[in-house]
Design a protein around this ligand. Structure first.
Ligand code: SAH
Ligand code: SF4
Ligand code: F3S
Length: 471
């Protein structure tokens, strides 16, 4: 029987990866993906709890789905509603209390149980024909890591894909919910990661972004029994996965940027010269109270070493403004750090107190107008640095990995090594190929370019056929 699954994903790349794995788990049950919730038999909201707004979005979406479910039931049909991700983990049964039409609440460590949870919810549905959801809650942290129980990807892959190598976090920054929603740090075995990478490339991927909440804290047993750090894993992927053109990783913690990983940036050509390395604040006092366990100078020393290893490396970061007790002077130190480092892009957020985290209980909370003003100032500076960085690529010839057709006919979209998005005219067969492109101009959120060399041959570029099949 074919059934339709609508998956809506919020939050970070780990959720994007997890959503793809949920689709893989459900495909053997006959569930095919649909973009349209109206025609779905099962809707899964894969949620994020990082800031208050992210959490609240889920409830407004659930509100919109309620009449849809009621209409289905009135016609004698049904619509199963599942809430997955970090809101599911953090709030558990509270989700069902606030939204009684939810059938399943499933935490990030329990996705392999989805077939069983759906069967239970469906059985419960053959009781009273309508009424509230079944409210099954699965949020235990199982002894077995979910990765062992999830099926491997089997469909044609995009050119650029994610691969989770690590999950969970032991750092306990005082503002953050992730250690509670994703649990303790877990590293997947190197052999499993290499096997998944080979599979992804065989299915059409050319670029892999290694994922983890603290991806560079990854450590594991290498195939020859020696203990590996993350730098060793990157080298093994570069050497041991033919056809893999580009490697990226996110998100890293400064404390785990060890010598070998920094050296790898200078030695591994496939490792792209772009690093998202969150610093959060430029004030040592705020950093200490955030429990980041490094100073501003230590962060800058890591950046210096990265730039010595790979002079063209571009940096990205996350910033929180309005952390409890952040003074004007603390904030000025954040702006000064940004000026000194120079970022190619960055994300910035107003501090959002999260239930159960230490900082939420701090007495010196900052008022909304102050947070707003600081956010505007930090974003203004970061925007200027980003524009400046993008303008510097104009006129240069750079390698672009084309990922998909653009919105206009004949146009392709790809990325530079520094993660800038590029639009250029080109043949569809260039999708999946790294091509020399001259950057001709800067648009608001991308660069414009002109293809300089078409790779030889009339046949499809590597992986282009797989991409064509997926499109
Ligand atoms: N593991 C990553 C970050 C995960 S969350 C790391 O260590 O950097 C992504 C970003 O959200 C964080 O870097 C932080 O800038 C922001 N963030 C996390 N909790 C927040 C909160 N309570 N309020 C505002 N921003 C927050
Ligand atoms: Fe959250 Fe800090 Fe862990 Fe990042 S390192 S996930 S910010 S607790
Ligand atoms: Fe959000 Fe959970 Fe990712 S809280 S940022 S979805 S780890």
């Amino acid at each position: 029987m074919t059934r339709k699954l609508h998956l809506k994903t919020y939050g970070c790349q780990m959720n994007v990866y997890d959503s793809a794995r949920m689709a893989d788990v459900l495909a053997p049950l006959g569930y095919a993906l649909t973009d349209d919730a109206d025609e779905a038999d099962l809707v899964i909201l894969n949620t994020c709890h990082i800031r208050e707004k992210a959490g609240e979005k889920v409830y407004s979406e659930l509100g919109r789905l309620r009449p849809l479910k009621a209409a289905r039931q009135a016609e004698g049909g049904d619509l199963l509603l599942a809430v997955a991700g970090c809101v599911a983990q953090a709030e558990g049964a509270e989700v069902v209390r606030r939204a009684p039409h939810v059938d399943i609440v499933v935490g990030p460590q329990s996705y392999h149980q989805l077939p069983e949870l759906i069967a239970r919810a469906t059985r419960a549905a053959s009781g009273p024909a309508s009424g509230p959801g079944r409210g099954i809650v699965a949020t235990d942290f199982p002894a077995e890591p979910k990765f062992d129980a999830l099926p491997q990807p089997s469909e044609a892959q995009d050119v650029s894909v994610f691969l989770a190598v690590q999950e969970g976090c032991d750092k306990f920054c005082t503002f953050c919910v992730v250690p509670y929603t994703r649990g303790a740090e877990y590293s997947r075995p190197a052999a499993d990661i290499l096997a998944e990478a080979r599979r992804l490339v065989a299915l059409g991927a050319r670029e892999i972004t290694l994922l983890g909440q603290n991806v560079n804290a990854w450590h594991g047993d290498g195939p020859e029994g020696r203990s590996w750090g993350f730098g060793r894993l990157v080298r093994a992927l570069a050497d041991g996965v033919p056809g893999l053109a580009r490697i990226r990783y996110t998100t890293s913690h400064p404390l785990d940027m060890d010598d070998d990983l920094i050296a790898a940036h200078g030695e591994v050509p496939a490792l792209m010269p772009f690093l998202h390395l969150p610093v959060q604040s430029g004030s040592d006092d705020v950093l200490a109270r955030m429990n980041r366990r490094h100073t501003a100078r230590q962060y800058e020393a890591i950046v210096d070493r990265l730039r010595r290893a790979r002079p063209d490396i571009a940096l990205s970061s996350d910033f929180i403004v309005g952390f409890p007790g952040e003074s004007d002077r603390d904030f000025a130190e954040t702006l000064a750090l940004i000026e000194r480092v120079g970022f190619a892009q960055a994300f910035s957020f107003k501090y959002s107190p999260r239930p159960g985290t230490p900082a939420a209980g701090e007495p010196r909370q900052i008022g909304e107008p102050e947070k707003q003003a600081r956010l505007a100032a930090v974003q203004d500076l970061l925007r200027r640095q980003q524009d400046e960085f993008n303008r510097r690529t104009v006129g240069r010839r750079v390698a672009v990995l084309f990922e998909k057709p653009g919105r206009h006919p004949g146009q392709l979209v790809g990325r530079t090594p520094w993660l800038q998005s590029v639009h250029a005219e080109g043949k569809v067969r260039l999708i999946g190929a790294e091509v020399e492109v001259e950057i001709t101009g800067v648009r608001p959120n991308s660069l414009a370019g002109r293809v300089v060399t078409q790779p030889p041959g009339d046949g499809p570029a590597m992986a282009a056929s797989a991409v064509g099949a997926a499109a």
